[in-house]
Ligand binder design. Sequence first.
Ligand code: ADP
Ligand code: ADP
Length: 227
Amino acid sequence: MPLLELKNVHTYYGNIHALKGISLVVEEGEIVTLIGSNGAGKSTTLRTISGLLKPRQGEILFKGERIDHLPPHKIVEMGVIQAPEGRRIFPRLTVRENLEIGAFLRKDKAEIARDMERVFQLFPRLYERLNQRGGTLSGGEQQMLAIGRALMGRPRVLLLDEPSMGLAPVLVEQIFSIIGDINAQGTTILLVEQNALMALAIAHRGYVLQTGEIVLADTAHALRENK
Ligand code: ADP
Ligand code: ADP
């Protein structure tokens, strides 16, 4: 059974038909990427999985169980976590407090401390800024904090919406390598990126979206050759 499955999902903004029957699967352990030009429906797909938008038709299954009727916080509790999400980071809270909020579902202090260590291993810059307010970090650091906070929730599936957006080229390479590390440590990832070639370089499989529909699905290797 796939970890995550979308069956014929339709999402609207008012009467704008943004997703026109999206069907896809994400298997445990994979990095799957959604690619396609601006406006294709990539972000809308992630927001629909997260429950921030509700599909008008179709089903979303997590480990075979329907989640499309659940409110966003229940979906987070199940381990389907998006970053950056609608809320982004809390600018007035420190880096440490932002990360602690990511672990809000859990009580075990020692376990939370271990998870925070792991986030700092992935993002050493966050450790250097531990007691600084989120809002005073650079754009790239805020992006890393958003991903770090999502990791503190121990996602079973991490939904990443353009993690490289607005980053300097050197940081873009870094973030892709970190995403590969997160996956290697056992987290399944659904990745949305403008930068298709970089996404395909770390993904196992990909889906190409065009005006709200999937027009191509293949291994990342085959999609790269296709370019
Ligand atoms: P992508 O992430 O692939 O760039 P989006 O999912 O953001 O595409 O957008 C899909 C379609 O939905 C586009 O036509 C876009 O204009 C429309 N759309 C996205 N967000 C909104 C919104 N908040 N209100 C109305 N239309 C929207
Ligand atoms: P993203 O794809 O990351 O959402 P966008 O630049 O497409 O970034 O959109 C930025 C914001 O504008 C989002 O909140 C999105 O919902 C909203 N938006 C996008 N397209 C439209 C649209 N056609 N009408 C209204 N709001 C939109």
